[in-house]
Write a protein that binds this ligand. Structure first.
Ligand SMILES: [Mn+2]
Length: 424
């Protein structure tokens, strides 16, 4: 979809400056006892999963303003994911949403293989009704008071596992919108009991080498109470279900000012951190582009993850979960991929021995300065070098624009109307 000659021509314009910057950064890091090659190899080994739903323009509860050349189906979405990975070389996985992305698994695998893509966790959807669905989720899905509605929601999750298994996925992410809008609307204890009972049914259908991710979210669409509202409930769930159940942290699913890196640390301690939905947030579940609002927080989350490397059983799924309302989704997803990779590299530069010394000496000032020294290091040249060595683009956004990809697909794909209202 992106011609190699375009990437090569664009890289040729920038490769000399990159080499100069890379050598200069290498000398600087060398003075700090850091081998730039080792950090470059870490960059090359890094990957995130692109959410299939993120390739279309998102929206709010009020409206959606579709862009040109919106993907019309999962195969278009996979083409867009292919572009992102081709240029960044850091997005080798795709996370699917069922039933939105339902298609013949063999066709999906063939399309993904064209771009060297694999499938990460599959996401079930019981937060909306589908046209052919018998029971409504208006008053809940896995926690509904009606047993037949719960059974239908369980069945859908089992079907997601079956589909994911054919695609090579190894995890199911469950997020439900169940909750209440009024005090007294539901019995919070019984509702949670019903949730656990439904999740146990799903867990039973999980293959041995699969994991079940429980994703918490403080509010929305339920505005008074949400069944899996925070990491405490998520952890309780994961502990009750068993070894294959883990917690998934979506960075936008907490109250403002919550210390997310501390939640990360606690979940690692409990052996229950399974993965992430990366995005950024100013107020709530804003689903803004990673690293655009609070890059230091993203760094501090990565600081915990890099610190915990080597912990037995710690095997994280890195997924993006964003909504792009005012940008070209491909551009936003490429930039986000690189910002997440950047935070990972910066966290890899932390002088952990010095930090441990300052911590044990109670030298708060120097401990904090040690983290900020890593955070302030400009690793652009390493990121670009890693992409270049892997056949990607030194400057993915500029190369993408020069390629004219969006205009080409706008000609091929049907126009999308925004009149259907917003999506959350
Ligand atoms: Mn999420």
């Amino acid at each position: 979809m992106i011609d190699t000659s375009v990437i090569e021509a664009e890289n040729a314009k920038r490769v000399r400056d990159l080499e100069t910057d890379y050598v200069a950064l290498g000398e600087k890091l060398d003075r700090r006892g850091i081998d730039i090659r080792a950090i470059t190899e870490r960059a090359k080994g890094f990957g995130v999963a692109i959410p299939s739903w993120g390739t279309g323009t998102g929206g709010t509860r009020f409206a959606r303003f579709p862009g040109e050349g919106e993907p019309a189906n999962i195969f278009d979405k996979l083409d867009d994911c292919g572009v992102i990975h081709t240029l960044t070389r850091a997005a080798p996985n795709v996370s699917l949403h069922i039933p939105w992305d339902k298609a013949d698994p063999e066709d999906l695998k063939a399309k993904a293989a064209q771009y060297g893509l694999s499938f990460d966790a599959v996401n079930s959807n019981t937060f909306q009704d589908q046209p052919d669905q018998e029971k409504s989720y208006k008053f809940g899905s896995l926690t509904h008071t009606d047993a037949a509605t719960r059974a239908q929601a369980v069945e859908h999750n089992l079907e997601c596992i079956e589909i994911g298994d054919k695609l090579g996925s190894k995890a199911l992410t469950v997020w439900i919108g169940d909750g209440a809008n009024f005090p007294g609307q539901t019995h919070m204890g019984r509702q949670f009991d019903r949730y656990l009972a439904s999740m146990k049914e799903i867990y039973k259908g999980l293959p041995d080498d699969w994991r079940l991710f429980s994703e918490h979210k403080i509010y929305e669409p339920a505005f008074y109470s949400t069944v899996v509202q925070d990491w405490g409930t998520s952890l309780l769930t994961a502990q009750e279900l068993g070894k294959k159940a883990m917690c998934l942290v979506d960075l936008g699913h907490h109250a403002p000012n919550v210390n997310i890196e501390m939640i990360v640390s606690r979940l690692i301690h409990a052996g229950k951190l399974g993965g992430f939905h990366f995005n950024d947030s100013k107020y709530g579940d804003d689903d803004l582009d990673s690293g655009t609002i609070d890059p230091y927080r993203l760094f501090l989350v990565w600081n915990e993850l890099v610190d915990a490397e080597g912990t037995p059983g710690l095997d994280l799924a890195h997924m993006i979960d964003q909504s792009h309302n005012v940008t070209d989704p491909i551009e936003s997803l490429m930039v986000s991929t690189m910002e997440i990779q950047r935070a990972y590299l910066q966290a890899s530069l932390v002088d952990r021995e010095a930090l441990a010394g300052y911590q044990s000496d109670n030298d708060a000032l120097m401990a904090s300065a040690t983290l900020r020294a890593a955070f302030r290091t400009d690793v652009d040249a390493i990121l670009a070098k890693a992409r270049l060595e892997d056949g990607g683009s030194i400057d993915p956004v500029k190369t993408y624009r020069v390629s004219g990809y969006r205009a080409v697909v706008a000609d091929q794909r049907p126009k999308v109307s925004g009149a259907g209202g917003g999506i959350v």
